[in-house]
Design a protein around this ligand. Structure first.
Ligand code: GDP
Ligand code: PGA
Ligand code: MN
Ligand code: MN
Length: 627
C-alpha cells in the first residue's frame, strides 16, 4: 500500500490523506474517489482491504463511539442500537432517477437526474468533515462468476463498512478485479453528519433528510442520511435489486427478491427452489427450514436475493449475490428457525435494535418463550416484562416491545450449518420451481399452482401482502407487491412484467420452473394462523416437488391448482379437516372483492401492462363467473 501518496497529487484536496490504495489502483476509481473527497471533505480517505485487522480497527472505533457494545456471550459479536428514527428502509425517500420518467413508471418515485444531483450535491458538500471516508471495493456473487458484479461503496460509516464486510465479498480481491478492467458500479453513501472540530460524536449519527437514489442509466447509486440496512449497505437492495434489475432487463436475465434452497427427497432426488416473499414475510425462515417430515432435507443457498439466467442446457440458473444474512430478529428462535440460531451461535455477527441482557447476550421477542427478568431495550432503557400484546408478544409496562420489529441479525452465510456446497458454484443452480408468496389474512390459499408460465407471471404481478416493519410507514395494510419487488424494481413495473413474459417465451416450456403461490399467513375467525408455518412448510414444499413429476394430485379452481384430497401430507400435524379446508379454500366472495383491487393495480401501472396479463385477468374473471 502507498499510504498518503496522493495527498499532494494534482486534483487532490490539500490536507486529505489517502490510505491503503495499492499501487495499480484503477485511475477511474482514483479520480472518482478524489472527486468525492473534494466534495465531502473527509479528514482521511481509507481503502478497505477486508482483512481481520481492519475489522478489529473498525470494532475498536465503534466501541469508542458507543455505536456498538461487545457481547460477552457470543464470540466477536456486537450489539448496536440505531437512532430511533433510522430503523428501516425509507421507501418514500427512494428514487429511480431515470432520464425519462416513463422508465421509472408508476410504482417508483422519480426526479430528473440533474435536479436530483444538484439537491444531493448540496447535501454532500462537506458532509464527511471530521470523519473518515472509506472506499470499499466489493463483489456481488462469486469472484469467479462469468461476469463478476463489482462495485465500490464510498461511505463515512464504520458500521456500514463492518456490515458490508459480512454481507458482501469485500476488499482486496474485488479491487484487483476492478483494476483488471472489469466494469463496476459507483455507490456513494454518507450518513450526512459532519463533525465540527472538537465536536463529540453520537453513537448513531444520521440526518433527518434522507435520499436513497438510483441513476439506472449510469448504474450509479447515491444515498444520504441513513445508516441502516438497505438504505446504507448499497450492495444489497440498491445494487443487487434496483440497479441489477435494469442490467437484467438489458441483458436478458432476472434480478429478484428471492431465497434459494436445495431440497432432497427421501429417494435422493435433488431440486432447487426460489421463492419471492415481501420483506419480513418468511424468506430467511424458509431458506433455512428444518423439515418436519421424515426423510426430507433442506439446504440453504440464499435468503434474500437471486440472480437468474438461462444456462446452456435451457434451464434457469440462480445465484445468490450476497455473502451474509441480514435476518429479521423477532420471531427467530430454536423452535422456529434453529439453523439461524446455530448460525449466530458461531459469533462474528452484528445485532441491531434488539435487546441486551444483563449478562451480555441478546434477546428479542420469540427468542425464548419467556424473556429474562430485566433487559436493556433497543432504545437503551430498562425493560422488564409486563403484559402481552394481541399477538402474544411481550411488552413492558409502557406497552413497548424490547426489540424494534425490524431489528436484525447480520451474520456470515458461510456459518450456516446447512449451507449447500453449490453456494460457491459461480453459475448457480438450476431452478425447478418458483414460489411467490405474501402475508394475507384472507383470500390467498396455502398453496396454488399456476397453469403455465404466463399464468404464473400473472400471479407474481398481482401478488399482494400486508405491509411490515421492514419499511417505514403503516404496518398491516394490504398492497400489491409484484414478485415481492415493489420497492426494488429499478424501472417501469409494466416493462418488468413484459420482461418476465419474454423470458418465458424465449425458453423451452418444459425446462422452465413451475410457478406456485403460497400464503403461510391466512387467519381463522379468531385471528389465529390457519397453518402452523416454519418447519411445517416442508409439507407444502413436498407437494410442490411432487407436482413437478405429477405424482401429487391437484384440483383445478378458477385461480389455479390447489392440493387434491389427501395429496398434502398433513400426517401427524393435528389439523382438523375443516382447518385444512379453510387454509386451502378458494372463496368466491373473497375473490370477488380481490378482482377490483387487481383492476385498480393494472390501471395504476397503465399502458405498459402486457396484453397477456390483461388476458389472464379477463380469463380469471370469466372462470370466477364475474364477467
Ligand atoms: P424475510 O424478511 O422475508 O426474510 O422474513 P423472515 O423469514 O425473516 O420472517 C419474517 C417474520 O415472519 C419473522 O418474525 C418470522 O418469525 C415470521 N415468519 C416466517 N415464516 C413464518 C411462517 O411460516 N409462519 C408464521 N406465522 N410466521 C413466519
Ligand atoms: P428481508 O430483507 O426481505 O429479509 O426483510 C430486508 C428488506 O427487504 O428490507
Ligand atoms: Mn429483502
Ligand atoms: Mn430475510
Amino acid at each position: 500500500s502507498i499510504s498518503g501518496s496522493f495527498s499532494a497529487g494534482p486534483g487532490v484536496p490539500a490536507g486529505i490523506k489517502v490510505e491503503g490504495a495499492p499501487a495499480g489502483t484503477s485511475p477511474a476509481l482514483l479520480s472518482w474517489v478524489l472527486e468525492v473527497a473534494e466534495l465531502t471533505r473527509p479528514d482521511r480517505v481509507v481503502f478497505t482491504d477486508g482483512s481481520d485487522q481492519e475489522w478489529d480497527r473498525l470494532i475498536e472505533h465503534m466501541l469508542g463511539t458507543g455505536t456498538i457494545t461487545k457481547l460477552a456471550a457470543k464470540e466477536n459479536s456486537y450489539w448496536a442500537a440505531s437512532d430511533p428514527t433510522d430503523v428501516a428502509r425509507v421507501e418514500d425517500r427512494t428514487y429511480i432517477c431515470s432520464v425519462d420518467p416513463a422508465d421509472a413508471g408508476a410504482t417508483n418515485n422519480w426526479m430528473d437526474p440533474t435536479a436530483m444531483k444538484s439537491i444531493m450535491t448540496a447535501l454532500y458538500e462537506g458532509c464527511m468533515t471530521g470523519r473518515t471516508m472509506y472506499v470499499m471495493p466489493f463483489c456481488m456473487g462469486p469472484y469467479d462468476a462469468p461476469n463478476p458484479k463489482l462495485g465500490v461503496e464510498i461511505t463515512d460509516s464504520e458500521y456500514v463498512v463492518a456490515s458490508m464486510r459480512i454481507m458482501t465479498r469485500m476488499g482486496t480481491k474485488a479491487l484487483e478485479l476492478i483494476n483488471a478492467g472489469n466494469p463496476w458500479v459507483k455507490a456513494l453513501h454518507s450518513i450526512g453528519a459532519p463533525l465540527a472540530p472538537g465536536q463529540q460524536d453520537v453513537p448513531w449519527p444520521c440526518n433527518d433528510t434522507k435520499y436513497i437514489v438510483q441513476f439506472p442509466e449510469e448504474r450509479t447509486i447515491w444515498s444520504f442520511g441513513s445508516g441502516y440496512g438497505g438504505n446504507a449497505l448499497l450492495g444489497k437492495k440498491c445494487y443487487s435489486l434496483r440497479i441489477a434489475s435494469v442490467m437484467a432487463r438489458d441483458e436478458g436475465w432476472l434480478a429478484e427478491h428471492m431465497l434459494i434452497l436445495k431440497i432432497t427427497s427421501p429417494a435422493g432426488k435433488v431440486d432447487y427452489l426460489a421463492a419471492a416473499f415481501p420483506s419480513a414475510c418468511g424468506k430467511t425462515n424458509l431458506a433455512m427450514l428444518e423439515p418436519t417430515i421424515p426423510g426430507w432435507k433442506v439446504e440453504t443457498l440464499g435468503d434474500d436475493i437471486a440472480w437468474m439466467t438461462f444456462g446452456e442446457d435451457g434451464r434457469l440458473y440462480a445465484v445468490n449475490p450476497e455473502y451474509g444474512l441480514f435476518g429479521v430478529a423477532p420471531g427467530t428462535g430454536w423452535n422456529t428457525n434453529p439453523n439461524a440460531m446455530r448460525t449466530i451461535a458461531q459469533g462474528n455477527s452484528l445485532f441491531t435494535n434488539v435487546a441486551l441482557t444483563d449478562d451480555g447476550d441478546i434477546w428479542w421477542e420469540g427468542l425464548t418463550e419467556e424473556p429474562p427478568a430485566h433487559l436493556t431495550d433497543w432504545k437503551g432503557r430498562d425493560w422488564t416484562p409486563s403484559g402481552l400484546d394481541e399477538h402474544g408478544r411481550r411488552l413492558d409496562s409502557a406497552g413497548e416491545p424490547s426489540s424494534h420489529p425490524n431489528s436484525r441479525f447480520c451474520t456470515p452465510i458461510t456459518q450456516c450449518p446447512i449451507i449447500a456446497d453449490e453456494y460457491f458454484e459461480p453459475v448457480g443452480v438450476p431452478i425447478s420451481a418458483i414460489l411467490f408468496g405474501g402475508r394475507r389474512k384472507t383470500t390467498i390459499p396455502l398453496v396454488t399452482q399456476s397453469r403455465d408460465w404466463q399464468h404464473g407471471v400473472f400471479m407474481g404481478a398481482t401478488l399482494s401482502s400486508e405491509t411490515t416493519a421492514a419499511a417505514t410507514g403503516a404496518v398491516g395494510v394490504v398492497r400489491r407487491d409484484p414478485m415481492a419487488m415493489l420497492p426494488f424494481i429499478g424501472y417501469n413495473a409494466g416493462d418488468y412484467f413484459a420482461h418476465w413474459i419474454d423470458m418465458g417465451k424465449g425458453a423451452d416450456e418444459s425446462k422452465l420452473p413451475k410457478i406456485f403461490y403460497v400464503n403461510w399467513f391466512r387467519r381463522d375467525a379468531d385471528g389465529g394462523f390457519l397453518w402452523p408455518g416454519f418447519g411445517e412448510n416442508s409439507r407444502v414444499l413436498k407437494w410442490v416437488i411432487e407436482r413437478l413429476d405429477g405424482s401429487a394430485a391437484a384440483v383445478e379452481t378458477p385461480i389455479g391448482h390447489v392440493p387434491g384430497e389427501g395429496s398434502l401430507d398433513v400426517d401427524g400435524l393435528g389439523l382438523t379437516a375443516d382447518e385444512l379446508a379453510a387454509a386451502l379454500t378458494v372463496d368466491r366472495e373473497e375473490w370477488a372483492a380481490e378482482i377490483p383491487l387487481i383492476e385498480e393495480w393494472f390501471a395504476k401501472i397503465g399502458d405498459s401492462v402486457p396484453t397477456s396479463l390483461r388476458d389472464e385477468l379477463d380469463s380469471l374473471k370469466l372462470r370466477l363467473g364475474l364477467s
